[in-house]
Design a protein. Structure first.
Length: 118
């Protein structure tokens, strides 16, 4: 289980490592572009929201040293949601599917034929 530390206070949000890895990419990309947005999630106690903007310090702490393999579809969907008026709504128990497998086709490098004058 990872944690997102928000601001200079002791505020931290417990988030599963796989979900946190995807959030880290989306949040870092949005903030690097100076795009602020709302992120909300639900817990047993209710619903919480935070405003994310470049001036607020964040720290991502992962429970494991292993790097997560990201699902680009999930990253794209989260980024689109963050741009919406509702902001990014996160289900802390959501299962993130593995990245879709792409069909790999052999690449053949053709050698260009030179025209030789006769």
């Amino acid at each position: 289980m990872g944690q997102l530390h928000y601001g200079n206070s002791d505020t931290r949000i417990e988030i599963p490592d796989r979900l946190l890895a995807h959030l880290k990419v989306v949040i870092a990309t949005k903030l690097r572009r100076n795009e602020s947005f709302m992120m909300s999630w639900t817990t047993a106690e209710g619903r919480s929201s935070i405003w994310l903007q470049p001036s607020i310090p964040l720290r991502f702490v992962f429970g494991t040293a292993d790097m997560e393999v990201l699902n680009p579809v999930t990253v794209r969907d989260m980024a689109n949601a963050a741009t919406s008026s509702a902001g990014l709504v996160v289900a802390l128990d959501q299962e993130i599917p593995d990245a879709p497998q792409r069909e790999l086709r052999p690449v053949t490098a053709g050698v260009p034929r030179l025209k030789v004058p006769a």
